[in-house]
Design a protein around this ligand. Structure first.
Ligand SMILES: C[S@@+](CC[C@H](N)C(=O)[O-])C[C@H]1O[C@@H](n2cnc3c(N)ncnc32)[C@H](O)[C@@H]1O
Length: 274
């Protein structure tokens, strides 16, 4: 007998929508349904149905690999190197020099790319720091985090196809990458050394963790519901050093009234400052 292919009904899709939203604030729209269905098909087949799969996994911790597979299926991480020139110019030409001048006792520079997808954003920040001659002169650390374990696995590999480099000049390709298998390019080991990655939804971050000089969270809040945006804003405020900066994407709205951060107009972009 041939087993029937499980189908993701609208009602069960609604259950997955609510589950992902409760855990992460991420809002799946009906357009996410075909992707969720195809990415979870093998799991649903093993469980017996999509509802059975939902029932088996709804109480797992977000950090459990089987819950991670739901998160992988829910989000997609469109990104590329040197995306958003205005924000990067503000980071490299304005924010970094200022943070270096006002550096802490050990002169370290700590940066967090929250919602980094497959890693292009934090590596881009490392490349810009390299170009400004900052690396090697002081302790610099960049953290990339994302809710999708699959995105973070790929970020750690640090190997990319040309599509990810569509906004990267030839000079930068030569400077910051080395050849990898199949015509792909690997981020230079000197840059990989200062970037590390972990899987975690923003809303599950502790408020009293490491404080950063700069938090970059671009093209992420736009996908979250209002409550999650407000809680993310509070979290970012708690996790910035005094005088530190939060850089958002052009379409990311912060629940402005809810943040103790101040909107500042820089020459190249706007940013929030603690
Ligand atoms: C469109 S990508 C943006 C990547 C990068 N920041 C950029 O601008 O190129 C959005 C990423 O945010 C991640 N994301 C969405 N909601 C998140 C949350 N609540 N916590 C952590 N990551 C999240 C998704 O998994 C996805 O990889």
């Amino acid at each position: 007998m041939i087993a029937r292919t499980p189908e993701l009904s609208e009602a069960v899709f609604g259950l997955f929508q609510d589950l992902v939203r409760r855990r992460t604030g991420f809002v799946m729209t009906p357009s996410h349904r075909p992707r969720l269905e195809s990415r979870l098909l093998a799991d649903a087949r093993a469980a017996g149905s999509f509802y059975q799969l939902y029932a088996e996994r709804r109480d797992l911790a977000s950090s459990h690999p089987a819950f991670g597979r739901i998160l992988d299926a829910a989000v997609n991480g469109e990104t590329y190197f040197f995306r958003d020139p205005d924000g990067l110019a503000a980071f490299s030409l304005e924010i970094v020099p200022e943070r270096l001048l006002s550096g802490g006792a050990d002169g370290s520079l700590l940066i967090w790319s929250a919602g980094c997808a497959t890693g292009e954003e934090p590596y881009t920040l490392a490349m810009l720091l390299g170009e400004r001659g900052v690396l090697g002169t002081r302790p610099v650390h960049i953290r990339g985090s994302d809710l999708s374990p699959d995105n973070i696995r790929r970020a750690r590999l640090g190997v990319y196809g040309l599509h990810s480099l569509r906004s990267t000049t030839i000079e930068r390709r030569d400077q910051h990458f080395v050849q990898a298998e199949g015509g792909r390019l690997a981020v230079h080991p000197d840059l990989r050394r200062i970037v590390d990655f972990d899987t975690r939804p923003i809303l599950e971050e502790p408020k009293d963790g490491i404080a950063y000089d700069v938090i970059v969270c671009r093209n992420v809040l736009i996908y979250l519901d209002e409550d999650a945006r407000r809680r993310s804003a509070e979290l970012f405020a708690a996790r910035l050093k005094p005088g530190g900066y939060l850089l958002l994407g052009p379409s990311d709205a912060l629940a402005a009234a809810a943040t103790p951060l101040t909107l500042v107009r820089l020459e190249h972009d706007v940013a929030y400052r603690k």
